[in-house]
Design a protein around this ligand. Structure first.
Ligand code: C2E
Ligand code: CA
Ligand code: CA
Length: 818
């Protein structure tokens, strides 16, 4: 079908768009072809039939012609006999008066239509004649003599004066034969007229004056041009005798069937041929009424077929069109309207049912997707997308109201404090429970209809007050803040919650929904920073948060521009009081903001993954410092902090190893500090990295111990050497007995596991002494020294030694170089 040339024809668009029209056109064309074929078949068989009957028809025509000629001859013989018996004529003959005889012959002959008349003697010699050419008559008489002598009379068709004549020869008796009467009658148009009346055939007589002479038409019922044409056909007397049936002759693009008969008895010399002819095309052409009948049947058939095809295609295309409009409806998101035609038992019904099934399941999926897209699965609250839509709708509705200028819409946004901590310490299940409870608490605060509570993601929630001015929003926010003051009980845990709460109002703070949400968020972060309860948005907050953003971009450039500094904070042996090492802590010497503490950019670096670059920088910088300290006679172990992202980098050990080689520093120069939570994020991967690092010879330390959720039993499986008690315990140790107990038991357990223990956050001598008593190994803290630039550190070291003269100079390091 694809390659059918008809498809390449230019067709109107409606035709190409309609299957129905194409089916109808196709079937009509098919029917039309069938009709044409059957018409041609009928026509051909009729023609064949007619053609086969032609020779017989012509033969019959010949018989009719011959019998007409015969009748004519009889009639003329009769006339001649009457003349021969005429008394006057006989007496004239007996008187032997040639002149009288000739005139009587002429008169009598004229009366019966003879053009020639002659009297012959008993020996058939010419005695008298009324015609013109006596020689011709004498020759004729001689030719007829034998026939007459045998049968008592004779007749023949002969050329007299170039025209065919019926010639008769009858005896004249008195009572014995006393002579013969010869008469010639010209053959005239009566013959052709009779012939047409009897047989509807045409007759043409051709004559030639001598053998080999051309034939000329002498009598015809055909148009003379056609008769001339017939005369010029190569008629040969011999072939006529051999093939007497029919010859086809064409004239003027029409075919004629011609049957030839020689009328003169002699084959040689002058002769007359009779051509009986008819038009083959006329005979073969089906009759007109049959043609009209067939055309009518075809026309009627086409009309009936057209109607049938239209009805049939309607039955197919109507449901198809219904399905396609249904599909359009589905496409535009209307899954509600049912599909028609389900009750049908045919293929259309099947299609409609399948389609309907599809509509239902797509509708359900759509509903699910909508639910997923607009609802938070954990709390069952609307999600960020729905909340944003609701804010937009509320603004649009307020704008549409005639008093729109007096409506205020408020958004309160809150972010839980320490949620990550809850997740880390109590696990994700408890974290999820907590989020659910927070959602409930918030919903309980919102008793006004029309207000909307949503979870925007993570530990972020929001409330929409559709009709609330700034003071109402502030009182609601205060109520929410108060609600968070009461601790939450989750299973056996009691959790102190808190939240940063920000408020923004439309139209005061923002012109549209997105800006309103981001303003509320900015206010929320500001509230988190200040920790003094809910905050209403203020333009000054934006500058702060913009700073935070640009910080991230600047941080990338900080390394390249050499703005980072590495500070060292001493670690001392509690037992001997000697400097045993230092922790490397990064600072950012910002061109405009001064020295930026790590807590303001390390978390950002961790979020963006930039921390890996930062760690590499610290590691290399520590190598340089170590070499410098070594040169000063201070072979100290430098502690470097690793973050979660570093631990998850499987190439980290290899990178470190490469740097050791590059700077010609031994792995033992480093102690790598890892927090518990960094390990617990993906323990399997962390363990693999730690094993490799330990294998390379790095000392490993668990930082901020006590704040995480890991147990000492678990730590036993890690290849660590050192445990660093978090400064929060150390700093409150003197006042809080519980914390003191924790420090004590941690030290004991760590020693049991073969680990050295470092206490950080030693801010006074009391803490120093306590830790000494508890047999803690090392101490780090402001009491001894704050983090300081490397150059200062060397000076500080010397001062520390001078202050504590009991201390011997640190022994030369036994460490080997790579
Ligand atoms: P951290 O690893 O626990 O580092 C110890 C922090 O405690 C340092 O803060 C240090 O100045 C502070 N500190 C030491 N002794 C005392 C004391 O007696 N009292 C008080 N109140 N604080 C004391 P810093 O330098 O501000 O660093 C904060 C945190 O930033 C670090 O905590 C560490 O987690 C991160 N950090 C710093 N430098 C780097 C770094 O190069 N890489 C990575 N990944 N993190 C770093
Ligand atoms: Ca540390
Ligand atoms: Ca620490």
């Amino acid at each position: 079908m694809k390659n059918m040339p008809s498809l390449t024809l230019p067709m109107p668009a409606w035709f190409r768009a309609s299957i129905g029209a194409r089916i109808i056109a196709f079937s009509l064309a098919l029917l039309f072809l069938i009709q044409i074929a059957s018409f041609s078949a009928i026509r051909a068989s009729l023609g064949q039939h007619a053609r086969s009957a032609l020779p017989a028809q012509l033969l019959t025509g010949e018989r009719v012609l011959l019998s007409l000629l015969d009748q004519n001859a009889q009639k003329l013989s009769e006339g001649a006999r009457l003349l021969a018996a005429d008394y006057g004529f006989r007496s004239a003959v007996q008187s032997n008066d040639a002149e009288t005889i000739a005139s009587v012959l002429g008169n009598h002959g004229a009366r019966i239509g003879a053009s020639e008349a002659a009297l012959l003697g008993t020996d058939f010699t010419l005695r008298a004649a009324s015609g013109s050419d006596t020689r011709e008559l004498a020759a004729l008489a001689a030719r007829l003599a034998p026939q007459a002598a045998r049968g008592g009379a004779a007749s023949e068709i002969a050329l007299l004066g170039g025209t065919p004549h019926q010639v008769v020869l009858v005896p004249m008796k008195a009572p014995i034969v006393v002579g013969w009467v010869l008469m010639g009658f010209p053959i005239d148009t009566q013959l052709t007229t009779d012939m047409r009346a009897l047989s509807a055939l045409n007759v043409t007589l051709l004559a030639r004056s001598a053998a080999g002479a051309p034939w000329t038409p002498v009598l015809t019922s055909l148009p003379s041009a056609m008769a001339d044409d017939f005369a010029h056909q190569p008629w040969s007397v011999a072939s006529i005798e051999a093939d007497p049936v029919m010859r086809a002759v064409s004239f003027d693009q029409e075919q004629y069937g011609v049957h030839v008969k020689r009328l003169t008895p002699d084959a040689a010399g002058p002769a007359v041929l009779a051509l009986v002819s008819l038009s083959i095309d006329d005979a073969v052409r089906p009759p007109r009424d049959l043609q009209i009948g067939l055309a009518l049947i075809t026309g009627l058939g086409l009309i009936v077929f057209l109607i049938g095809a239209i009805v049939a295609t309607r039955r197919v295309t109507t449901p198809l069109r219904a399905l396609s409009t249904a599909a359009d409806r589905l496409g535009s998101g209307d899954y509600g309207a049912p599909i028609h035609g389900l009750e049908r038992h045919d293929e259309m019904g099947h299609l409609a049912r399948a389609f309907n099934q599809m509509r239902i399941s797509v509708g359900e999926k759509q509903e699910q997707i909508l639910k997923l897209a607009y609802w938070d699965a954990l709390t069952g609250l609307p999600n960020r997308v729905q909340f944003r839509d609701a804010v937009r709708d509320a603004i649009a509705a307020a704008q549409a109201r005639p008093d729109g200028g007096h409506t205020t819409i408020a958004v309160i946004m809150l972010d839980l404090d320490r949620f990550k901590h809850v997740n880390d310490v109590l696990g994700y299940r408890v974290g999820d429970l907590l989020l659910g409870r927070v959602g409930e608490r918030l919903s309980q605060q919102m008793v006004r209809g029309g207000d909307l509570v949503a979870r925007l993601g993570g530990d972020e929630f929001a409330v929409l007050l559709r009709n609330g001015d700034a003071s109402l929003a502030e009182s609601v926010a205060a109520r929410i803040g108060a609600a968070f003051d009461a601790p939450l009980t989750l299973e056996e845990h009691t959790v102190d919650m808190g939240a940063g709460i920000g408020i923004a109002c439309w139209p005061q703070h923002a012109a549209d929904a997105d800006v309103l949400l981001s303003r509320a968020e900015v206010a929320m972060y500001a509230a988190k920073r200040r920790t003094q309860g809910p905050l209403m948005y203020d333009a000054s907050f934006d500058a702060a948060s913009a700073q935070t953003l640009s910080l991230l971009t600047e941080l990338r450039q900080a390394v390249e521009r050499g703005e980072l500094r590495l500070y060292l904070q001493p670690k001392l042996s509690l037992d001997s009081g000697k400097v045993s090492g230092a922790e490397a802590l990064v600072r950012w010497a910002h061109p405009t903001r001064g020295l930026v503490p790590p807590m303001e950019f390390v978390p950002f670096a961790e979020q963006t993954g930039f921390i890996r670059t930062l760690t590499m920088w610290v590691f290399e910088e520590a190598a340089r410092h170590w070499l410098a300290l070594h040169a000063e006679g201070l072979p100290l172990t430098l502690s470097v902090n690793l973050s979660t992202r570093d631990l998850l980098d499987p190439d980290l050990p290899q990178k470190f190893d490469a740097l050791l080689v590059k700077h010609r520093v031994p792995a033992e120069a480093y102690c790598l500090e890892i927090t518990e939570s960094a390990i617990m994020d993906d323990p399997a991967r962390a363990l693999a990295t730690l094993n490799k690092l330990s294998g390379l010879g790095f000392k490993l330390s668990i930082d901020d111990f006590g704040t995480g959720y890991s147990s000492l039993a678990y730590l036993k499986r890690l290849p660590v050497d050192e445990l660093k008690i978090d400064k929060s315990f150390v700093m409150s140790m003197e006042k809080d007995l519980d914390d003191a107990k924790i420090v004590r038991s941690t030290i004991d357990l760590a020693h049991n596991l073969g680990l050295t223990v470092v206490a950080e956050g030693v801010e006074n001598v009391k803490a120093w002494d306590m830790l000494r008593e508890l047999e803690c190994d090392e101490a780090q803290g402001y009491h001894m020294g704050k983090p300081m630039p490397a150059a200062e550190f060397i000076v500080w070291s010397a001062a520390w030694m001078a202050k504590h003269p009991g201390l011997a100079a640190a022994a030369t390091s036994p460490l080997m170089f790579h």
